[in-house]
Structures are given as structure tokens and as C-alpha cells.
Design a protein. Structure first.
Length: 336
């Protein structure tokens, strides 16, 4: 008798190094979240703060009578000492794992990631001021596009661990330029969402936004009164294909959870533009965090899926974990 075995997902690559970015206002929460996540997955943890000296440092030096270099050195020492005190309160971080860098934050964070083979950056989301809702500021946008590793941008009031996780995937691989890369990225998104899930009652929603672009054309060209029926049949056929693709993607993870236990895993389809569907679903579900991919191709520096990733950042009201495919090449091109 032939026994059919269920497919089991290949285990996600182990999380080895986590970097917590300290910026001042939400450092305690950022460090606590990063420390808990690193401990849960057996990863090393380090902390980095970035200082960007004032552009008029020479004028400040003349006003104080101190050399500009000495003033900068003092700023670094003060920031480092305060951060060491805070880090040591976690009981998980040694002073040697606390660092302060001089320069633009997104550059220095990315440089540290490249030099130290960091797998994940955890950072408090930096909001733009003067807006009626939370908008991710330029440092975060740069990290999403250019940081060599995955980036977790936490809203200040986000719960940890998250209880409702939304994982956005794209199963439209029939017209993808690199279908294998897209499929691997989808798997990584789901695995990252499952990695975030801990504790009873956690729900992971796997969402795919789909559309039926030929709906109007079918209705236009189908003969007579059959146009509406033909259009409905076309939409149902397209939806069925997307549903089947999403089910195939999720099936191995459902089987694994059934065998070993884990969070509730649910599939969801949303009809419409990606950015609108994701924002609506995140709000409707009360998502604590959105996990999404940011890059569709490997080996090409900084190629986004259009501007969709950045648009989504500024349409959701939850924390965001941005995932890059294996083989991503940062446009910053740092050498490890």
C-alpha cells in the first residue's frame, strides 16, 4: 500500500543575531521586546544608538571654547553610558554589546548589520509630526528599502508578544518575473509570522489581495444579456484560482501546526488593490503587526514591488515587520 505523506515546511533559518536600535524616547520598550524575542529564539542581542552631530558643530565649538572633536566624543560617551545602564537592566545584555555610532541613522544601522551578519533589526517606528495619523518617517522608509536584513518597526503602544498577526503574501506567481523567488519570499513571510506568534490565543491571518482585471471586458464582449453572467463566472473562476493557490501555500504549515501545536492559522482573500486590502484587513482584524515582503527580486539593488511597500507603511495603523528574500543585495553595498 502506498502511503501519501503530507508536505512539511523546511525549517526557517535559525535566528542568530538581533539588533535593537535605541533612539531615546522608547528605548526601554524596544530593548525589552528585542531581548524577549532574541531569548525566545536563542539569538545574540546587541544594541546600537546613532548620533548625528549638529551641522554647525564648528560654530558650537567656537562658542564653548572646546574642540569639536572633544564635544563629539563627550556626546558619544554620555549616550553610551546611559544606554549601558538601560541595557543592563534587562539582565540579558553585556556592556560590550552596546554601541554608539556617528552618522545618519539608516546608514549606520545598515553598516552595522552588514558588518555583523545581523538577521533582524528591532526599532521603534519613527512617526512624522504634524500629521493626523501615524506615518513612518524617512529613516524607517530607508531601512525598509536598503537595510540588508529584515526590519521590525514597532509602534510605541504595540503589545508584546503580538496576539493578532497579519501576514501579507502574493500568490500571483504565474506572471512573476522570478516565481521561485516570490514563492520563497511567501514562505519566509509565513515563517516569520509564525516565529512572532507565541502563547495561547495567537492568531496568524495569511492574507492575499487579488483582483479580476478582465471583469469589465468579459461583460462588454459577452453576447447580450449573458454579459453579467459571464462576468460573474469569470470572477468566480479567478477567485477560485487564487483560493487554491493560497491553500496550497498554507497547507504544509497547517499540517505542521496540527502535528506539533502552535497558533491558529487562517487564510484570507481580499478583492482590490493591495495597499487598500491590506490596510482594511489590518484595521478590521485589529492586527498588532503586519508581516510583509518588500523586495521581489534578488541580485538587483533596492528593487521594490513598485512603491507598494512604502505605500502600505503609511496606510496601516500597526507595527510592521518587513521581510527581504534570501540573496537580497542592499543598494548601500556595504562589505561585511
Amino acid at each position: 500500500m502506498t502511503v501519501t505523506r503530507k508536505a512539511v515546511p523546511t525549517p526557517a533559518r535559525p535566528l542568530r543575531k538581533v539588533l535593537a536600535v535605541a533612539e531615546g524616547s522608547h528605548d526601554a520598550a524596544t530593548l525589552a521586546t528585542a531581548a524577549a524575542f532574541a531569548t525566545q529564539h536563542g539569538a545574540a542581542l546587541s544594541v546600537l544608538a546613532c548620533l548625528e552631530p549638529p551641522s554647525d558643530m564648528d560654530r558650537l565649538a567656537r562658542s564653548t571654547g572646546l574642540p569639536a572633536a572633544r564635544m563629539t566624543e563627550s556626546l558619544v560617551e554620555i549616550r553610551h553610558a546611559a544606554l549601558v545602564d538601560l541595557a543592563l537592566q534587562t539582565g540579558l545584555i553585556e556592556a560590550a554589546d552596546v554601541h554608539v555610532a556617528l552618522g545618519k541613522p539608516f546608514l549606520e544601522i545598515s553598516r552595522y548589520v552588514a558588518a555583523n551578519a545581523v538577521d533582524l533589526v528591532v526599532k521603534a517606528a519613527e512617526g512624522l509630526t504634524g500629521s493626523g495619523r501615524f506615518l513612518f518617517a524617512s529613516t524607517d522608509q530607508h531601512l525598509v528599502r536598503k537595510c540588508p536584513c529584515d526590519v521590525w518597526l514597532r509602534l510605541p503602544a504595540a503589545p508584546h508578544p503580538p496576539r493578532t498577526i497579519l501576514a501579507a503574501v502574493d500568490v500571483d506567481d504565474w506572471d512573476a518575473r522570478e516565481p521561485a523567488t516570490l514563492a520563497a519570499l511567501n514562505r519566509k513571510i509565513i515563517e516569520t509570522a509564525l516565529r512572532l506568534a507565541s502563547g495561547p490565543g495567537t492568531i496568524v491571518h495569511v492574507l492575499h489581495a487579488w483582483d479580476a482585471p478582465g471583469e469589465g471586458l468579459v461583460g462588454m464582449f459577452a453576447p447580450g444579456s449573458d454579459g453579467q453572467i459571464a462576468a460573474q463566472s469569470y470572477v468566480a473562476d479567478v477567485q477560485g484560482a487564487h483560493t487554491a493557490s493560497l491553500d496550497r501555500l498554507i497547507a504544509p504549515y497547517r499540517a505542521q501546526i496540527a502535528a506539533t501545536g502552535g497558533p491558529v492559522l487562517r487564510s484570507r482573500l481580499g478583492k482590490g488593490a493591495v495597499r487598500s486590502v491590506i490596510a482594511e484587513q489590518a484595521d478590521n482584524l485589529g492586527a498588532d503587526i503586519l508581516v510583509m515582503g518588500t523586495v521581489a527580486r534578488t541580485g538587483i539593488s533596492g528593487i521594490l514591488i513598485g512603491n507598494t511597500a512604502e505605500d502600505i507603511l503609511n496606510t496601516v495603523n500597526c507595527s510592521v515587520m518587513t521581510v527581504k528574500p534570501e540573496g537580497f543585495v542592499s543598494p548601500l553595498n556595504f562589505k561585511a
